[in-house]
Design a protein around this ligand. Structure first.
Ligand code: UT7
Length: 331
């Protein structure tokens, strides 16, 4: 049976209205705006206000993507949310998003956690399900409330992260040659300790002592993550280009995970592709984990940086350490 081709019909994104600058952070923790900017490229981030949750942000991005695709929630039969910060440990936040959006009960709804590579993992999964012919229209969302898992007294991590959401609508296409050309996923499972939340899972449920020690917050070995991130992003990009016989300079725009501009600059050097082919918006958002790639994709498209026929490369890495890339011929 021939496989269906899968295209991105619409994109959307959302960031909470509250913007927190480096200057504001420097008033509450021992840091300086210059340190944050020169080490990471970040100037400010959006943070949720009390009462705003991952599901709410996911719904905003999803509505924008549906409007862009000229579809309604009733058209959706597959809903995947990539997140490491669901509203609750269970049930899946995808079910809360389904209910808030009004997606029909016959739709398949689930979460996927591959940390900052989550959106590309979800894109791979949902596009395969669309290509199988069993699903017609998918909503793929990356949404994160990282402000809830960051230790606001740990200057080495709290300055790097932000909240937000991005979404795409996937559909079958009748235009051969357009849409998701291919994806490549992988993980270095020997490096789980580099970026993790040490306690609160089933192996060590939260206790008063673990909470007092701050072990329910994100911990990161920044330098080690940096080195592995560059290697993983470079490999993920190279592998997919080779697999599809594409040269780096045929890529119109790379949408990389927005963690640190120095990581993106290193990948740009390794791929010998100039920085103006990389979309960078982390100065305004910080690292929004699985939301970073779809937010950047939506901004790039709405800002006129992506045209019909362009080859676009998505590439990300995250806790796990996971990595992933996706090659898209824009329709
Ligand atoms: O989505 C995946 C998420 N993670 C990442 O991608 C993170 C990857 N890693 C990085 O981006 C970088 O390693 C960081 C931005 C986290 C740190 O940059 P670095 O150049 O590796 O700095 P460092 O960790 O080696 O710290 C240098 C110094 C240390 O002081 P000493 O030991 O040299 O005296 C830190 O204590 O900077 C100090 N420092 C700070 N100073 C001011 C750490 N955080 C801060 C801070 N403000 N916020």
């Amino acid at each position: 049976m021939p496989m269906n081709q899968c295209v991105i019909l619409g994109t959307g994104s959302y960031a909470p209205p509250r913007v927190v600058t480096n200057e504001e952070l420097a008033k509450t923790i021992d840091t300086s705006p210059e340190w944050i900017y020169t080490r990471s490229g970040i100037r400010e981030r959006h943070l949720t206000s009390p009462g705003e949750n991952t599901s709410d942000m996911a719904v905003h991005a999803a509505r924008a993507a549906l409007a862009d695709a000229k579809l309604t929630p009733a058209d959706i039969d597959l809903l995947v949310v990539a997140t490491l910060t669901p509203d609750l440990p269970m049930p899946a936040v995808a079910c809360q998003v389904q209910h808030k959006l009004g997606v029909p009960t016959h739709a398949a709804c689930f979460d996927l956690n591959a940390a900052c590579s989550g959106f590309i993992y979800a894109l791979d999964t949902a596009s395969a399900m669309i290509q199988s012919g069993r699903y017609k229209h998918a909503l793929v969302i990356g949404a994160e409330k990282l402000s809830a898992i960051v230790d606001w007294s740990d200057r080495a991590t709290c300055v790097l992260f932000g909240d937000g959401s991005g979404a795409v609508v996937l559909s079958r296409t009748t235009k051969p040659g357009f849409g998701i050309v291919g994806t490549k996923l992988g993980a270095y499972g020997d490096s789980t300790d580099l970026l993790c939340i040490p306690k609160g899972g089933s192996s060590c449920p939260a206790t008063a002592a673990s909470i007092a020690a701050g072990d329910h917050f994100l911990k990161m070995k920044g330098k080690e993550v940096f080195k592995l991130a560059v290697r993983a992003m470079d490999e993920a990009a190279r592998d997919i280009l080779e697999q599809h016989h594409v040269k780096a300079d045929q890529i119109a725009l790379v949408i990389p995970h927005q963690a640190n501009v120095r990581i993106i600059e290193a990948v740009s050097q390794y791929l010998e592709l100039p920085m103006d082919r990389f979309y960078v918006n982390l100065d305004r958002y910080g690292n929004t984990s699985s939301a970073s790639v779809p937010i950047a994709l939506d901004e790039a498209r709405r800002g006129g940086r992506i045209k019909h026929g362009d080859l676009i490369l998505l590439v990300a890495f995250g806790a796990g350490l996971t990595y992933g890339s996706a090659l898209i011929r824009w329709n």
